[in-house]
Design a protein around this ligand. Sequence first.
Ligand code: PBG
Length: 325
Amino acid sequence: MLFPEYRPRRLRQNDAFRRMIRETTISADDLILPLFAISGNGVQNPIPSMPGHYQLSIDNLIKTAETAYKLGIPAVMLFGIPDKKDPLATSAYAKDGIVQKSVKSLKNKLPELAVITDVCLCQYTDHGHCGIVDGQTIDNDATLDLLARTALSHAKAGSDMVAPSDMMDGRVAEIRDILDENGMSNTPIMSYAAKYCSAFYGPFRQAADSAPKFGDRRTYQMDPANALEAVREVTMDIEEGADIIMIKPALPYLDIICRIRDEIDLPLAAYNVSGEYSMIKAAEKMGWIDGKKVMMETLTAIKRAGADMILTYFAIEAAQELRTR
Ligand code: PBG
């Protein structure tokens, strides 16, 4: 088909045609809202680098979750900011830990909203790494047991799905085992399967107070230069029992999302991370871009690349925007 017989503009000339041929659509069903829980009452600490997001005590957490639920968002991803940190991350798997308590309250008040809990140790260790530290190195195998205990304590508190984000080798199998042994075979695992060592997590580390005190996360998170390795990571996690595969970050890794979508038949999630959010918010504040339009374009691009669901700090704003269409 060549010009002048074929004119692609014919089907772009009005909104009805454009809607008819649109290949990618977004709905609130596709969105998952990350939330940060902290102890206290009436607490709503603004996160400076993430306008519109806060560290929330349980009462306020419920209010925000309710807003999301009413907008048709099916799930939230819960992160905890504990009162105390120690080398063994004990608050991560404490029965009365911040995530465990928050899950209980959320499920009590909003039983139909799915609560996914992030399983990692970095917010809970005093050194800020995602695993047990031995000298200057992270001990993979010693960490697995603590991650499994954390996942189990989340599930026991009522978490609908656990999401390990630590990038230790073998953790999906370890978590699947402990859940199954404890009668939690119905709890799915959303695995942060290809999680890159990304500078785009900067604002999150401020939000969750989880920056490493020494070194960086390069010995466990993936090298941004690698794509084949993502395929290996994803394949491993599927074999270990993951139910949903996640790629993270999203926007700088659309090629990975696209590639993994072609390779696997499991549901695929993408994490539109904190830095991706902050950049848009900052440019919007400067008056340099139309923030709402860039938000919708970004989410559409992530979905077009192949993600079935998107974890995004834009979830509430995007769901509101979708209502007006
Ligand atoms: C914890 C974790 C991180 C994110 C999600 N879980 C930070 C990290 O690995 O340093 C980042 C999320 C974001 O930037 O929005 N391991």
